[in-house]
Ligand binder design. Structure first.
Ligand code: GAL
Length: 810
């Protein structure tokens, strides 16, 4: 029997997605109503719109989640600035009329918003419910006291005020951009975010599961209850049960604690994220009053100053990326399939962890990380009391930080994927003594709600005596952003501390654009040694891995360092995907970032394959760039490969040479005098061919090809198909310089909800039914409607053979 890990043993929790996932196998007295449909919306300010009889007939009808910024046109003049995405913000109002059945009179009814950016204020039937400045945190309001029941109409009004700008260093979006639901529960029920599950003991025989349930009695008399806790395995078979009874006083919340055991527990692993479910059933006089479900993943983990990170006793490097919350052409409007696609692309590359830079993410991201096997660093803040942008969260700090941080922990602490709480990114208070007090206070807030995960922060000051967040002694895990030259000294500089590279690289690239020579590294903006690109490729950055911000490094530089150092728990690359805003190194019209390993449209840049060759076990062979150059030009050909000893390159059948990685090399390179034709690479292990890859010189653009990531969609009005549109020659080779304007025509039960091409300085609308190709590619995103049938999309451009695709909607 293994030792039961005591100290610093971070155990599993479970999730209260609660409201989304009432147990499907049992009848549930709790009703959870999707509240996203049939809203009215108008930009501008309408103080009278709080009143039920306000006339909103001229307002636009829409469905949530909704982000009005992404619908706007780019302009350098927008107060959001290019750093915020150069899109409009301002004020907007939402209203929704609805009825509730008579039976709800006996119930407790509330509304839940997962996130509104920002400064939302809510009214029901003219009654003010409250304000929430922070745009990234979920909140609820009780509606029961103000509702009318039966046939008469209720009116909810939401004001969103994102006018004071700039309030962020990246694109935020504007509006009710996350999901909204209404919940009707019996008076006796499990409270909002009302469960907390931990696994205080895990060994070979069993796992102990501790469950704390907040039972709320919203009635006017004391009530008897019986609480039954049931653990189901992933086949929905019961594996543990406990029951207890008691009373809850009128209007009170009572905490009930259960302790269960799961025999031969199957552990949650990145490779096999096994999930149990805890069902909390509440009974009163033998009648079922509520059912609440909390996902449970059983795992333990440890950060060790010498050995780094381990999960379930197995040492494992955290191979993470930072992600901002926007979904490219969809803006900030949450869509679970869009998040899932991002995670699928990252999983394929070998990523095993996500840092939610620099705010609490949508709950859907956390659910997917639980289900798909990603380790999460959940981050609360980008600023504390001292500002980074003129109108940012520092203004709300005093009044709101405690509540916001508490709510993040309560909302998220049941997700097994979360293994770190970050209380801040590059916080300015690290540089002076005010950092001491705030750090301790924030760490205490976290610890009062969860002691099973380390509190960390992403620091930049790496001289210990000058870093007051470190000096506070309140961090369990030190996060350092960049500073890769210092990692090897950390065990001496920070004796006894566990350390993670909370943010790394900030390498820059534009998909499909290459500058030679590729073997000299360029740092932006020191002495402008990056020649800013003009002409056809204006506002582009070379996609060889040889450009980075001066505070960072190329992808290879930092990865080589971390790979070699056991004491580094892992890293989070800045960033997995390009995101809207922060278009370093270019001025407007650049309006989205160059840092992504994957571009804004979801097309991998070349560095993706370096990671894949290092972070996965699959054989990889990727050669680049394309093969359309000027005769005689010297072209640098790079190859990333794995599961092989060497690669041989051939041009038109003639060997250019065999190359193999030496020392800590992560790629090989040939400098080849260009000649049109076929470039072929062959990787070999022990003399046997592992993989072959060919690139051909593309002839003239001839046709459009379309490939859907999914050909079947659910008729739920939410599902998406991401369609890659490519300009090819007659033989089917991608035309690397093609920039044709592609127009889309759609019929059937679907609509175009976004277009993109990954070009960071494109000023085309993300919502138009057309897009220019960029380096031969663009993307169109189709959303299903609520009827089944066949969607047909045609992609056409003058002078090219059209492409088309058919999607089934069921
Ligand atoms: C970091 C910061 C990130 C992003 C990045 C760009 O310092 O934490 O939010 O701005 O730089 O390189």
């Amino acid at each position: 029997m293994k030792n039961i890990r005591k100290q610093f043993l971070y155990t599993l929790m479970m999730i209260s997605y609660g409201l989304f996932s009432a147990c499907s196998t049992q009848e549930n007295p709790r009703e959870v109503i999707d509240f996203n449909l049939d809203w009215k919306f108008s930009l501008g300010d309408f103080p009278e719109a709080t009143e039920p009889d306000f006339d909103d007939t001229a307002w636009r009808s829409l469905e949530l989640p909704h982000d009005w910024s992404i619908e706007g046109s780019f302009s350098e003049q927008h107060p959001t600035t290019p750093e915020g995405g150069a899109l409009p913000a301002g004020k907007g109002w939402y209203r929704k009329a609805f009825t509730v059945p008579k039976t709800y009179e006996q119930k407790e009814v509330w509304i839940e918003f997962d996130g509104v950016y920002s400064n939302s204020e809510v009214w029901i039937n003219g009654h003010y419910l409250g304000k929430r400045p922070n745009g990234y945190i979920g909140f609820k309001y009780d509606l029961s006291p103000y509702l009318t029941y039966g046939d008469s109409t209720n009116l909810i009004a939401v004001k969103v005020d994102n006018e004071d700008q700039p309030n962020s260093r990246w694109y935020t979006g504007s509006g009710i951009y996350r999901n909204v639901r209404m919940v009707a529960a019996n008076k006796l029920h499990v409270d909002h975010w009302g469960t907390f599950v931990t696994t205080p003991e895990i060994n070979d025989q069993h796992a102990k599961v501790s469950l704390a349930v907040q039972l709320k009695n919203a009635s006017v008399a004391e009530e008897e209850y019986t609480l039954v806790s049931i653990i189901l395995n992933s086949e929905e078979k019961e594996v543990a049960r406990q029951e207890s009874s008691g009373q809850v006083k009128a209007g009170q919340v009572e905490q009930v604690e259960h302790s269960l055991e799961v025999e031969n527990a199957k552990l949650w692993r990145v490779e096999d994220p096994y999930l149990y479910t805890v069902i909390s059933e509440v009974y009163q006089n033998g009648k079922k009053k509520d059912v609440y479900s909390t996902p449970l993943g059983i795992r333990y983990f440890e950060f060790d100053p010498e050995k780094g990170f381990s999960l379930n006793g197995v040492q494992k490097k955290i191979l993470g990326v930072c992600l901002h919350h926007d979904l490219g052409a969809l803006g900030a409007a949450v869509n679970k399939r869009a998040i899932q696609r991002q995670l699928e692309i990252l999983k394929e590359m070998g990523v095993n962890a996500i840092r939610t830079a620099h705010n609490p993410p949508a709950s859907e991201l956390l659910e997917l990380c639980d289900e798909m096997g990603f380790i999460v660093q959940d981050e609360a803040f980008d600023v504390w009391k001292k500002r980074k942008a003129k109108e940012d969260y520092h203004k709300d700090w005093d009044e709101w930080h405690q509540r916001d941080l508490q709510d993040m922990i309560k909302r998220d602490r049941n997700h097994p994927s979360i293994m770190m709480w970050s209380i801040g990114n590059e916080i300015r208070e690290q540089f002076d003594s005010t950092g001491l007090v705030i750090t301790r206070a924030l760490a205490n807030i976290v610890k009062e709600l969860d002691t099973t995960r380390p509190v960390t922060a992403a620091l930049t000051e790496n001289e210990p005596e000058k870093n007051f967040i470190y000096q506070s002694g309140a961090l369990d895990l030190l996060g350092f952003n960049y500073k890769h030259e210092a990692y090897s000294d950390f065990p001496e500089t920070y004796p006894g501390e566990s350390i993670i590279a909370s943010e790394s690289m900030s390498a820059l690239a534009t998909r499909g654009f290459y500058q030679m020579p590729s073997d000299s590294v360029m740092r932006w903006p020191i002495a402008h040694d990056i020649p800013l690109v003009t002409g056809n490729d204006e506002f582009s950055v070379s996609a060889y891995d040889h450009v980075s911000a001066y505070w960072g490094s190329t992808h290879e530089e930092t990865w080589k360092t971390i790979k070699a150092l056991d004491h580094m728990a892992g890293l989070f690359v800045w960033t997995g995907f390009d995101y809207l805003g922060e278009p370093i190194p270019y001025p407007y019209p650049a309006r989205s970032s160059y840092f992504g390993i994957v571009d804004l449209a979801g097309f991998p840049k070349d560095a993706y394959y370096m990671y894949q060759s290092e972070w996965t076990d699959k054989p990889v062979l990727h050669i680049y760039p394309h093969w359309n150059w000027q005769d005689g030009e010297l072209v640098d050909v790079w190859a990333y490969y794995s599961q092989a000893d060497e690669v041989e390159l051939f041009l038109n059948g003639k060997s250019i040479g065999v190359e193999k990685k030496r020392g800590d090399d992560l790629h090989v390179m040939w400098r080849v005098p260009y000649q049109k034709g076929t470039l072929k690479a062959v990787s070999k292990k022990d003399g046997k061919v592992v993989l072959e890859k060919e690139i051909h010189t593309a002839a003239e653009a001839y046709q459009i090809q379309t490939v859907a990531d999914r050909n079947e969609l659910s008729a739920d009005g939410k599902d998406l198909s991401f369609i890659t549109v490519e300009v090819k020659d007659q033989e089917g080779n991608l035309v690397p310089y093609a920039d044709h304007l592609i127009e889309f025509e759609i019929t059937g039960p679907g609509r175009i909800v976004g277009v993109d091409n990954g070009y960071q300085a494109s000023l085309e609308s993300f919502k138009a039914p057309f897009r220019k190709a960029f380096h031969g590619k663009c993307l169109v995103i189709i959303q299903s409607e609520r009827t089944s049938g066949a969607i047909h999309l045609v992609a056409k451009s003058e002078g090219l053979k059209s492409g088309d695709v058919t999607l089934k909607v069921n």
